[in-house]
Design a protein around this ligand. Sequence first.
Ligand SMILES: Nc1nc2c(ncn2[C@@H]2O[C@H](COP(=O)(O)OP(=O)(O)O)[C@@H](O)[C@H]2O)c(=O)[nH]1
Ligand SMILES: [Mg+2]
Ligand SMILES: [Zn+2]
Length: 309
Amino acid sequence: MRGLVRFGINNIYNIETDEGFLECRIKGKKLKSDVIEYNPLSSGDYVEIEKDLNHTGKGMILSRCERNNSFGRWNRKRACIQTIAANIDVLVCILSPESPAFRPRFADRVLVNAEDNIPVIIVLNKIDQKIDAATEERIIDWQRMGYEILKTSAKNGTGIETLKEKINKKTAAFVGQSGVGKSSLLNAIEPKLNFRIGEVSQKFNKGTHTTCYSILDNWNNGTIIDTPGIKEIDPVGIEPEHLSHFMRDFSPYIGKCSHSVCYHRDEPGCAVKEAVLKGEIIEPRYDSYLRILNDLETRINYNKYRKER
Ligand SMILES: Nc1nc2c(ncn2[C@@H]2O[C@H](COP(=O)(O)OP(=O)(O)O)[C@@H](O)[C@H]2O)c(=O)[nH]1
Ligand SMILES: [Mg+2]
Ligand SMILES: [Zn+2]
């Protein structure tokens, strides 16, 4: 029987099936996988399960079905991939203009990470707060690249109907730093949703350290995956020399540099750098690029060091 992973805590997974929710463990403790992962299953994963005939409401997970896509990050502490949500139709990246401070580099990292397989909507929540010129510049720049931007206020209701339309009949994963208004938006979309997600978090958050997991829940018009308030998104699965392919505004200049392999740093005849100087690529985007590039390179060196040790 097939099931959908709603959430998993301490190796016990809550699975949605045609016959209701089942509490499942992985049969044999481990799933077959080629890569080392922080979590073998994530919210949104489909799994093959067998019911436990002796215990109602329980079952065993036999395998993970192939993913259409997944959104994850590099977990620095454990040095492995951490999947945040799987099989997503749309990724909703929430930012706020003032409190907490606008973090465009967070969004740039989300965009890089989702670029090849997941559509993203950038939601600027709390638009009842002051929006400064630098924030507007970034918003306009993302729009220019073709990203969808939505301005909302969970406080006064602005943009909520539009947001609902955008995620209608879809599986939408919500990402954002804590404090940007994720819970408030969920509550504005469907009060029951926020209540249920809050209840699950509370129930399992009693431990000494805060657990980090996503939760999938259905509402009248679709499915939402609420993700933990993540501070940093470290892109995964990208070679440093390919990073520029994941920066949409860089694409007109790719392949036009003097060096065939160009990292777009200080290489002479770099078309990307030239575009930055001409203002065709804005400085803050180039800055985001350099920071992500550094992170990816540091990680390679680190992995190499670990291998050699
Ligand atoms: N001014 C304003 N405050 C908001 C808005 N949305 C949420 N907040 C407030 O921001 C704080 C954090 O909201 P919350 O939904 O808990 O954020 P989360 O940590 O992302 O889930 C709370 O005090 C909310 O009342 C908004 O649109 N405008
Ligand atoms: Mg919250
Ligand atoms: Zn270059």
